[in-house]
Structure formats: C-alpha cells, structure tokens
Design a protein around this ligand. Structure first.
Ligand SMILES: Nc1ncnc2c1ncn2[C@@H]1O[C@H](COP(=O)(O)OP(=O)(O)OP(=O)(O)O)[C@@H](O)[C@H]1O
Ligand SMILES: [Mg+2]
Length: 472
C-alpha cells in the first residue's frame, strides 16, 4: 500500500463503513441457542400450527405475537410495547426473535439484556438511546451513473515516485469490465485502486464503480467461476446485462445509529456512508442529542424528497426487571418519540421492587406508567411431550444422535427442572459420548452428567436441607 501514500489524494479510502457497533458481535452468540426458530409458524389466518417453524406448542403466546406482528406491520403499534412474561426457559426470547423474523430480514433487530445499561463508561440513558437509534433503519435509494461488469483485467501501472527515492507509485489502474452486451476498458485514478484492494477485488468478480465519485463496490463473484461446493461463503451473481456504462438504482440499508456514529467521526471519502457521514458539519465529537437532532432533520429531508425510506425495527430488552426507575422513565420518553422502533420487553419476575426505589413494588418490577403502555403476553410451561420434542429438535440442529431412551430421560430432567436445563445437557453429554468413543449420546452419558452436575432445584433443596455444611 506504500505506493498510494504519496499520491496527491490523501483522502481516506472509499467505502469505509463505520466500524460495526460493538453489541452486534454479542448478538449471534445470544441467538445461537435459538437457531432452530424460523418464525412464529402461523397460518395465514393467524392460527398457530402445533409444531411449525421450529416452534413446539406455546400456541396462545404465538397467536398473540402474530396479532402484534400485524399491528406493527400496519403501523398501529407505535407508542406501545410488548411485554413477554413467563417462567425461565419458556421461550420468551425465542418468541421475540420469531417476531423479528416475521417482520422481514431487512428490519433491524437489536437485542439487549437489561443489565447492559449498567456500564462504567456510558450513562444508562445513553445505552438505551443508542439501541433505539440502531433499531431505526433507513433505506436509501439513488439512481446513479455506474460502470458495472465482471472484471476481466486489473492492471496497475506504476511510475517512479517523484517524492521519495524508494519504490514506485501507482499512476493509474486499468480495469476491464465485461457484460452480456459488451466490454469496456477503464483507466482509473490510484485512489480507486486503493478501494479495489480494500474490497479484495480480483479478476472474475462482478463490481460497479460509481461514475461521479469513483466509489467501488463488489457485488459478488461471477457465475462463470462458480465451483461445485455445496456450502461456501461466496455469493455468485450472473453476468450483468446491458451496457457497462449505465444508470443503476442503488439501495443501501443503514441505521440512524450508523449515521450518528459516522457523523461523530467524519472521515471524508465519497461513498454513501462517508457522504452521509458529513451531513452535519461537526468536528470529531461524541454522539450527542444535538447531533442526533441534526441527523434527524437531514434524514427527514431525504424522506420528504423520497430518497430515503424509514424502516422501523425492533428493540428487544430481555430481563427488563433489572432496569432501574431512571431507565424506565427514560424508556417511557423514548417510546413517545416520533421515530420510535417497536419495543419488546421480557421478564420472568412476578411482583418485584422497582430497582433504585425503596417502596415501589410493581408487577414484574416495572413501574405502572410503563406497564400501562404494554400489551402483555404470557408464556406457558411445557409438558413432557413438548420438552422431548424440543430436545429432539435441538439435537437435530446440533447434529447429535440420541440413543434409545435418551429423549425420554431428557424430558424427565426437563420436567424436574426446566426446558432450558434439559437442552443444556445435550452439549456436555455429547462431549462425554465422544470421550467414550461414541458418536451417539446414550443414557449413561446423561446419568454421568447428573453425577457431575446439579440442576438448580436440587442444588437449592440441598442448601435448604443443610446439605452444604460450610455455611452457605
Ligand atoms: N416452544 C418452543 N419450541 C421450540 N423451542 C423452544 C420453545 N420454547 C423455548 N425453546 C427453546 O428453549 C430454550 C430456552 O428458551 P428461551 O431462552 O426463549 O426462554 P426464556 O423464556 O427467554 O427464558 P429466560 O426467562 O430464562 O430468559 C431456547 O433454546 C429456545 O429456543
Ligand atoms: Mg430469555
């Protein structure tokens, strides 16, 4: 990359998206135990199909959530929140995820756990505000003049570097592009070469270059190079039709959270994120309420012009009872704001003291004024049959084989403690099976698990019975 540093343009590379917001990394791990859930599994009339989309039973709650999805889709749910209540491990988190799946893939889903507001560096209200901003999507449509095609040639032309005695610099880069209709050779600026390197573009990729800005985007790998693997991360796209030089409608999904962050750390450049990142003329700063208001103003302008469309997403706050009175008050005001996402809360508490108060005991530990805005859906406990079905489903998803009687045994364990406990036995039991040189979980593995570990109820009853003599 040395070659490019001495050219006249010192602007940062194109296409530099803001760094992914930190919680997104946590997201996948939080969703992994629910990977079998594909939606609410309802008929078009909104009735729950007993076992469908990975959901077993829980029909009432699923149908109720279906109604909520309809309300959200017809934009009649604003200013309200959905509260999921029920015992631990009864599928509240799974339901929230299923609702977001029903709303569509491009709808932002931002899960968090109540305790995330307690951080040393960031104010509680700030954590909530940020999640709410990340849950508002913006779809930006523009028609742009582009050069698009499959890369047939990629040749940087080097020249002596006039400024330093060392090395050479890229004077320009020649890119050949091919479509169904024809081919074209472009001579491009060295900054674009930098972008090409950054996007890891090689011959055989389908790309487009925006004519006005020089922003480069990789669309995928050309079909012609498709290999015969069943599974791989590459996306293959057909050879583009039409001319290489044409007008193309570009759609980009960003969130208000992205725009806030980009505007707080403007970085120059000409791709859409950088342009959107200089909506507000500020220096380097924190994301403040003032900045958010200014971003809102510009976004509103774009929406009015029809350039952008707001896609409200979902904020999911699990274990909502750990929020304190200050956070709840702020949550109320966020719900009231004009650009609010859908809010789903979940808790497994009954009556509880609202945190940071001395005397407010409220249902689910949630103050009355917020409860009044909530539609409450209760999840039911599971029976033996349902637990064994979910266990079997999880075993299939995790690729584990179960020996005779194992499912029944897991169901018994689940009945004794909870569905979650039964499911959690699966992975360690599979390790025990592996250690014993088998690829199938047998009864003895579950038995050994029970010798090594306690379930919550047994543990608690042992304490009560004085089982731990050391003063616990
Ligand atoms: N009806 C169901 N069908 C299929 N899988 C389910 C069902 N209910 C729960 N599960 C699965 O069981 C596990 C525990 O459920 P989940 O985490 O949703 O419970 P929860 O109600 O959120 O519990 P907690 O109160 O402890 O947060 C998850 O892996 C979930 O996907
Ligand atoms: Mg949960």
């Amino acid at each position: 990359m040395k070659a490019t540093t001495t050219t006249t343009t010192s602007a940062p590379a194109h296409n530099s998206m803001p760094p992914p917001s930190a919680p997104s990394a946590g997201r996948s791990s939080r969703i992994a135990p629910h990977s079998h859930i594909k939606g609410l599994g309802l008929t078009p009339e909104g009735l729950a199909i007993t076992d469908s989309a990975g959901f077993i039973g829980q029909t009432n709650a699923r149908e109720a959530c279906g109604v909520i999805v309809d309300l959200i889709k017809s934009r009649k749910f604003s200013g309200r929140a959905l509260l999921l209540v029920g015992a631990p491990g009864t599928g509240k988190t799974a339901l929230a995820l299923a609702i977001s799946q029903e709303l569509g893939v491009k709808v932002p889903f931002c899960p968090m756990v109540g305790s995330e507001v307690y951080s040393v560096e960031v104010k509680k209200t700030e954590v909530l505000a940020e999640v709410f901003r990340r849950a508002i999507g913006l779809r930006i449509k523009e028609t742009k003049e582009v050069y698009e095609g499959e890369v047939t040639e990629l040749t940087p032309t080097e020249a002596e570097n006039p400024l330093s005695g060392y090395g050479k610099t890229v004077a320009h880069v020649v890119v050949g592009l091919k479509t169904v209709k024809g081919t074209k050779q472009l001579r491009l600026d060295p900054t674009i070469y930098e972008a090409i390197l950054k996007e890891k573009i090689v011959v055989g990729d389908v790309i487009y270059v925006e004519a006005n800005t020089g922003a480069v985007k990789r669309v995928g790998r050309s079909d012609a190079y498709a290999s015969s693997y069943d599974l791989e991360s590459e996306t293959y796209v057909p050879l583009p039709k039409g001319d290489v030089h044409k007008r193309k409608e570009l759609v980009q999904d960003v969130t208000l959270g992205d725009l806030d962050a980009a505007n707080a750390r403007p970085q120059g450049g000409q791709d859409i994120m950088s342009v959107m990142g200089s909506l507000v003329k500020t220096g380097r700063t924190e994301v403040t309420d003032k900045l958010r208001r200014e971003v809102n103003k510009v976004v509103k302008g774009y929406v009015d012009q029809g350039v952008a469309e707001v896609v409200p997403g979902v904020v999911f706050i699990d274990e909502v009872h750990v929020l304190d009175i200050e956070s709840f008050t702020y949550l109320n005001s966020l719900l009231e704001s004009s650009m609010a996402p859908t809010v789903i809360l979940a808790t497994n508490r009954g009556n509880a003291l609202v945190r940071n108060t001395t005397d407010i005991i409220a249902p689910h530990g949630i103050p009355r004024d917020l409860l009044d805005r909530c539609m409450i859906v209760k999840t039911d406990g599971y029976g033996r049959e349902q637990i064994s079905k979910v266990a079997q489903l999880r075993a299939n998803v995790e690729g584990l084989k179960l020996g005779p009687g194992v499912v029944e045994r897991l169901a018994t364990e689940g009945e004794k403690s909870s569905l979650r406990y039964a499911l959690q036995l699966l992975t360690p039991a599979s390790i025990l099976a592996q250690l014993a040189g088998r690829n199938q979980i047998e009864m003895e593995d579950i038995g050994e698990m029970n010798e090594l570990f306690l379930d919550a109820k047994t543990s608690a009853s042992m304490i009560e019975a004085g089982g731990f003599a050391d003063g616990l």
